[in-house]
Design a protein around this ligand. Sequence first.
Ligand code: 5GP
Ligand code: ZN
Length: 115
Amino acid sequence: MMQDCVFCRIVNRQLPSTVVYEDDKVMAFNDINPVAPIHVIIIPKEHIASVNDLTDNNASVMGDIHLAAKKIAEKLGVADKGYRLINNCGPDAGQTVFHLHYHLIAGVKLGAKII
Ligand code: 5GP
Ligand code: ZN
């Protein structure tokens, strides 16, 4: 747990969020500033700053995140219609929260560029 990390604080319920999925490894909640009708943030509960910080020891969480994404899409009724998973890594990609996360965006026909 990183005390100054906003997503660690959400995991520990020190900050409120609307949780849409949770298991022992992963948590997902609605983005506070949605860019589409469905905009969910999926994170590992373990603090990993970005894709750059994946290692042989923690990379299995990427599978966990993708399985969570599949379940969330089914739960929210967009599995067949479609959804986009986006990861921003580093400043040029626009990463603002340095706790690894995927955006699950859906509920609208997405163009070639969304973020
Ligand atoms: P990034 O730009 O790092 O890929 O995305 C960070 C995302 O986290 C942004 O879409 C932003 O709206 C969202 N976000 C930042 N702070 C909070 C928060 O305190 N609660 C929630 N639910 N989302 C947040
Ligand atoms: Zn964190």
